[in-house]
Design a protein. Sequence first.
Length: 183
Amino acid sequence: MRVVAGKYRGRHFLVPPSFKARPTTDFAKENLFNVLRGYIDFTQEPTALDLFAGTGSITLELLSRGCRRVVSVEKDPRHFQLITSFLDKLGDNCCYPVRADVFRLLPTLHEQFDLVFADPPYTLPGLHSLPDIIRQHQLLTPQGILALEHGKADDFRANPSLVDTRQYGSVHFSLFRFPKDTA
C-alpha cells in the first residue's frame, strides 16, 4: 500500500497478506481525491473522520494531503494495531486513532468534520443507514462532505442528500451533503 499524493507521497506500507481488509486501490484513491478537491480545499487544513479505517490507507492519504486533524476509527484489533504502527512510522501527531464500533461511536461524537469518509464492508448490515446517521448526529460542517465507498449492488440515488456518484473499476463512491435545513 502506498500514499498517492501530498507530503508523504510515495511512502510504502506493508499490509500482511493475511489481512481481510482491502485497501482502496491507488487508482480509486487518486480519482476520489481529484473529485473531493472540488468540494474541499485541502490547503485550508480540513478535518476528517475515517470510518472503518481498515488498513489506514485513506487515513494516511488524508494526513499526507494536509488535514490538520484526522480521527481514524477501526474496530478490528489487528487492523487498529497496524494503523497505529503506520502512524508511529510517520511520526505525524495529527491523527487520533480510535478502536471502536462505528455505529456505537457516532452518537457519542460531539465534533464536526469537513470530510467523513466511510469504507464499510460491502455486506455490512446498516450500510444504507450511514448517511442518515451522520446527518442526524450533525457530524459534518455546513460545507462538509460524506464520501461513502460501496459495492455496485448499493444504490443511493433515492437519498435526497446525494450529490455525486463515481465508479472506478469495481469501487463505487457516493458523495453526500446535508444542508442545514435537513438536519
